[in-house]
Ligand binder design. Structure first.
Ligand SMILES: CC(C)(COP(=O)([O-])OP(=O)([O-])OC[C@H]1O[C@@H](n2cnc3c(N)ncnc32)[C@H](O)[C@@H]1OP(=O)([O-])[O-])[C@@H](O)C(=O)NCCC(=O)NCCSC(=O)C[C@@](C)(O)CC(=O)[O-]
Ligand SMILES: NC(=O)C1=CN([C@@H]2O[C@H](COP(=O)(O)OP(=O)(O)OC[C@H]3O[C@@H](n4cnc5c(N)ncnc54)[C@H](OP(=O)(O)O)[C@@H]3O)[C@@H](O)[C@H]2O)C=CC1
Length: 415
């Protein structure tokens, strides 16, 4: 029997054992030599067990070896999402400067056309100014203490400068890049949450701050005796819509604005500044308030999600990344002022999904793949680009609603 035949025989044997439940899906990699074969066996076993026939998910180009090390478990293939571009978008940021083409991964027809129109309106008006006002990532373990007396003693201890210095040392022993900036205590009865605030440079930072915070909780346990109930106590707060992130900020707090001359509003956006301001007021501000929304915008999530999927960001962070506020005013000379404020945009250009091939291509298109020089500058540049893209999306969609074009656009491009 040739080596190839032997391998095929072995693989058939593994497949039969997986179908029979003798080898778990997660253990196939341990008995098969190469990752792609393990993936094929897992997929074929799933077909047999469920009676499904896959026709598409087996076709992928990504480096499965790398992906299964840090991005996915029980891999069976890959899902493709169409990728379009919008732009050029002229951005006058502190980190992003010049004309950018935005890679947008989406299945929503009309979205790229809309973003493209917004980019065109902004760029022909001189671009968008973008600034970052804060850049932090948080992790908040929760501790249970005996009573409020002990809670006060604990918080007084945590707030001592020499204790902060020691916590900082412990945290920063775990990372070359992360810096502990602050520890913010919150109390409910005998429960204490310590919100650890970090600068994570070019990493989005959730793995980094989780590892660093755990090291500090060991120090707290050893030195004070407070035992953490959970490393994450939801005052962080990660991947859940929450006022604390919109108020204090988490990830990048970034604002983009622009002034679009009334002539361009009329020619490019088919409406006028006054109508757009009224739509924004009654829809994004009053409507969102009446609905109890945390996002006061039209569809920030659309642009954030499309850029996140294209660029290897954690898709669940669309939750906080899209809690934006959109403002529109008519300027004293009748032009359109529009801004978007994104209080909690978690993004990174190293780590997570940023190393996967297609995602890397998209980050390279924006000139932000990998570590920046100085550290942190690439993720800040990316955050400015995301905010600028959100602004483009808001301008076009609000214009479409002001002009009564929303349903028509989606009927034409989206079905
Ligand atoms: C669809 C448009 C842009 C037409 O807009 P238009 O002004 O009628 O089209 P146009 O043919 O005159 O073209 C104007 C510009 O739009 C762009 N454009 C136009 N067509 C394309 C295309 N095929 N491919 C790429 N770009 C396109 C392009 O930039 C073009 O400039 P040009 O290149 O001609 O100088 C407009 O009606 C529009 O933006 N509609 C809004 C659609 C939208 O934003 N959808 C997003 C999803 S909505 C949603 O998910 C959330 C929602 C709605 O539920 C949230 C809420 O409650 O508000
Ligand atoms: N653990 C958790 O609770 C959660 C994890 N996640 C996941 O975490 C991942 C993202 O975490 P994240 O910490 O960003 O990424 P990774 O853990 O994937 O990698 C980040 C690491 O890259 C290294 N690095 C190299 N160059 C730089 C640079 N210029 N700036 C900063 N770091 C650099 C750092 O290593 P070093 O620190 O050694 O110096 C840093 O910790 C995603 O996969 C996400 O889905 C999401 C939510 C929660």
């Amino acid at each position: 029997m040739s080596g190839k035949e032997k391998t095929e025989n072995d693989e058939k044997g593994v497949l039969q054992k997986v179908v029979a439940g003798e080898i778990a899906f997660r253990n196939i990699d341990k008995v098969v030599e190469d990752v792609d074969s393990a993936i094929a066996i897992r997929r074929n076993a799933l077909e047999e067990i469920t009676g499904t026939r896959f026709e598409n998910i087996q076709h992928y180009t990504l480096d499965a070896e790398a992906a299964t090390k840090r991005n996915i478990e029980n891999m069976i293939g890959a899902v493709q999402i169409p990728l379009g571009i919008a732009g050029p978008l002229k951005i006058n940021g502190e980190f992003a400067q010049g004309d950018f083409y935005l890679p947008l991964a989406t299945t929503e027809g009309a979205l790229v056309a809309s973003a493209n129109r917004g980019c065109s309106a902004i760029s022909s008006s001189g671009g968008t100014n973008v600034r970052i006002f804060q850049d932090v990532m948080t992790r908040a373990p929760v501790f249970k203490l005996a009573d409020v007396v002990q809670v006060k003693v604990f918080i007084d201890w945590i707030n001592m400068p020499e204790i902060f210095a020691q916590m900082k040392e412990k945290a920063e022993e775990t990372t070359r890049f992360g810096k502990l900036l602050a520890v913010e205590p919150y109390v409910t009865g005998n429960t204490v949450y310590l919100r650890f605030v970090f600068d994570t440079k070019d990493a989005m930072g959730m793995n980094m701050v989780t590892i660093a915070t755990e090291a500090v909780t060991h120090f707290i346990q050893d030195e004070f005796g407070a035992i953490p109930v959970s490393l994450s106590g939801n005052m962080c707060i990660d991947k859940k819509p929450a006022a604390i992130n919109t108020i204090l900020g988490r990830g990048k707090t970034v604002i983009a604005d622009t002034i679009i001359p009334a002539k361009i509003v009329s020619e490019k956006l088919k409406c006028n500044p006054k109508t757009m301001a009224d739509v924004n007021y009654r829809k994004n501000l009053l409507g969102s308030a009446r609905a109890g929304a945390l996002g006061f915008n039209a569809h920030a999530a659309n642009i954030v999600a499309a850029l996140f999927l294209a660029c290897g960001q954690d898709a669940a962070h669309v939750v906080e990344g899209s809690t934006a506020i959109t403002t529109i005013e008519v300027t004293s000379n009748g032009d359109l002022y529009c801004s978007v404020t994104l209080p909690a945009l978690p993004v990174g250009t190293v780590g997570g999904g940023t190393g996967l091939g297609t995602q890397k291509d998209c980050l390279n298109l924006l000139g932000v793949h990998g570590p920046g020089e100085p550290s942190g500058s690439n993720s800040k540049k990316f955050a400015e680009i995301v905010a600028a893209g959100v602004l483009a999306g808001e301008i076009s969609l609000i214009a479409a609603q002001a002009a009564g074009h929303l349903a028509r656009a989606h009927a034409e491009l989206g079905r």
